[in-house]
Design a protein around this ligand. Structure first.
Ligand SMILES: Cc1cc2nc3c(=O)[nH]c(=O)nc-3n(C[C@H](O)[C@H](O)[C@H](O)COP(=O)(O)OP(=O)(O)OC[C@H]3O[C@@H](n4cnc5c(N)ncnc54)[C@H](O)[C@@H]3O)c2cc1C
Ligand code: FES
Ligand code: FES
Length: 467
């Protein structure tokens, strides 16, 4: 047990006994009687549990069902109960939801208004993205979007606008040092502190954004006896852009990575727009997306196609490896006990990367197949070729036979067709609920054909088709 302090709807809360795997949603509903925040899926998919979280880095919408209490240390939480002004005046998005008939059964509504209020505060108006993580099954989205637009020009209410200043809370935050007797969770503030602790506690479970680990708790009902929360480690959260490389700290969230990829590798950035939802991207980290070793994690194939290197650290010892070598086989990665992902580096290079994500639903869906294709050439010959896929094997994996069929060859449709025939040598995909093996293989081949058309300047995205 260990101390956690935060603001809840403006009230300072200090918890001296914390079960580190208690979710914020359970805390709100069961211990504070704040039942306006709804439980729908309890796994980050529906957004019914959305709350507004603030800290000195900004204001974000997050799913409270997969946020664990220690992740909230030193932060300010606003729930739907705290959205109206203290005198009862509704928030502009609440008024607009009423005026534009944005609610019927109302179950999804608290989550929607929290996402809308967060977007409103941040001045974000890309509502298809801002609300992609909120599901509504009876009203339909048009009235909700109309409501969001109608509220756009209204000022942010004073009680929501107030800057985040919490010296009293931060002063009381025990930071990296555990209170006496606490053994159940560790909340370091620096990677040095964390590295030393993890080397001495190699059996501990690391929790960064908890968008995977949260589900171990809510769906698998797992006990996690010894855990470390990484979201307070600032020096793992920076992106450094040098002349020759981009270095991304393991704790960088997918949402913070997005603008950098939009600038340097726009197709990667566009794929990240479809990585889960705003709420999940606000918590999920790049380190977690790699370390979980998932064969369907979206960022590893793109990073492998960019020739990225993974930086690992154990205690004071550091090493770096090609990212593709990290994934040994399904469920097994090249990571020693007590060793953690510190950063990932992408060499600067011409932007020849295209990333194609295929999923049943456009937003907020796990990929059936994700293809990342990098082909550099002089217009006649393909010289530098790197292709990696997710969803085609037990790990994110390179298509070496396909690459060999392209490298040094002319840019022609014949070359592409010959390379397509090689996919079955690289991959033996499985059939599951997302796609059949045959479909996956054909989809992968079509992604290579799509790359060729893309490189020739043809329209290859349905989003770009105009009447
Ligand atoms: C609704 C929903 C939608 C999703 N959609 C997508 C999607 O579209 N694409 C996709 O790829 N994923 C998706 N995910 C999965 C998940 O969001 C990502 O894998 C995410 O990047 C995990 O990051 P995290 O920080 O939340 O990891 P956590 O859950 O905190 O940790 C994941 C694993 O990584 C380990 N870990 C974390 N950080 C480190 C580190 N620095 N060093 C070593 N080990 C570490 C943890 O111990 C754990 O084993 C989705 C999840 C949800 C709930
Ligand atoms: S309850 Fe569905 S996202 Fe949290
Ligand atoms: S109003 Fe019923 S689910 Fe949205």
């Amino acid at each position: 047990m260990s101390q956690v302090e935060f603001l809840l709807n403006g009230e300072a809360i200090s918890l001296t006994k914390v079960n580190p795997t208690e979710t914020l949603l359970d805390f709100l509903r069961n211990r504070r009687g704040l039942s306006g925040t709804k439980e729908g899926c309890n796994e980050g998919d529906c957004g019914a549990c959305t709350v507004m979280i603030e800290d000195p880095d900004g204001t974000r919408a997050l799913n409270s069902c997969i946020l664990l209490l220690p992740q909230l240390a030193g932060k300010s939480i606003t729930t739907v109960e705290g959205l109206a002004a203290p005198n009862g005046t509704l928030h502009p998005v609440q008024d607009a939801m009423i005026e534009y008939h944005g609610s019927q059964c109302g179950f999804c509504t608290p989550g929607f208004v929290m996402s809308m209020a967060t977007a409103h505060k941040n001045g974000a108006t890309d509502y298809d993205d801002q609300l992609a993580g909120n599901l509504c099954r009876c009203t339909g989205y048009a009235p909700i979007i109309r409501a969001a637009k109608a509220a756009e020009d209204q000022p942010v209410p004073a009680h929501i606008k107030k800057p985040f200043i919490l010296p009293e809370i931060l002063a009381g935050d025990p930071g990296g040092s555990q209170p006496p007797g606490a053994t159940t969770h560790f909340r370091p503030h620096t990677s040095d502190e964390f590295a030393a602790w993890y080397a001495a506690n190699p059996d501990a479970t690391l929790i960064a954004g908890a968008t995977d680990v949260g589900l171990w708790v809510t769906k698998q009902l797992r006990d996690l006896p010894n855990v470390a929360f990484l979201n307070g480690i600032k020096d793992l959260q920076s992106i450094d852009i040098a002349d020759n490389e981009i270095r991304i700290g393991a704790g960088v969230t997918i949402e913070n990575l997005r603008p950098v990829m939009n600038e340097h590798f726009p197709s990667f950035g566009e794929m990240l727009r479809r990585f889960s939802s705003t709420q999940v991207r606000n918590a999920a980290t790049i380190g977690g997306n790699i370390a979980n070793g998932s064969p369907i994690g979206d960022s590893p194939p793109a990073l492998i196609a960019l020739n990225a290197r993974l930086h690992l650290r154990k205690g004071d010892a550091r090493r770096d490896i090609a990212l593709e070598d990290f994934f040994i086989t399904y469920g097994k990665q090249d990571r020693a006990p007590g060793e953690f992902v510190e950063a990932i580096t992408i060499p600067k290079q011409p932007d020849c990367l295209r990333v194609y994500k295929l999923s049943k639903r456009f937003d907020q869906d796990i990929s059936a197949v994700l293809g990342a294709i990098y082909i550099y050439g002089d217009g006649k010959t393909m010289t530098d070729v790197r292709i990696a896929f997710g969803g085609m094997a037990g790990t994110p994996q390179r298509a070496t036979h396909v690459e060999n069929a392209l490298r040094g060859k002319p840019w022609t449709a014949e070359t592409i067709e010959a390379a397509c025939a090689e996919f079955s040598k690289d991959y033996t995909p499985m059939t599951d609920m997302r796609a059949s093996a045959d479909y996956r293989l054909e989809a992968a081949q079509n992604m290579l054909r799509r790359y060729m058309r893309d490189a020739m300047g043809q329209t290859v995205s349905v989003l770009e088709v105009t009447p």
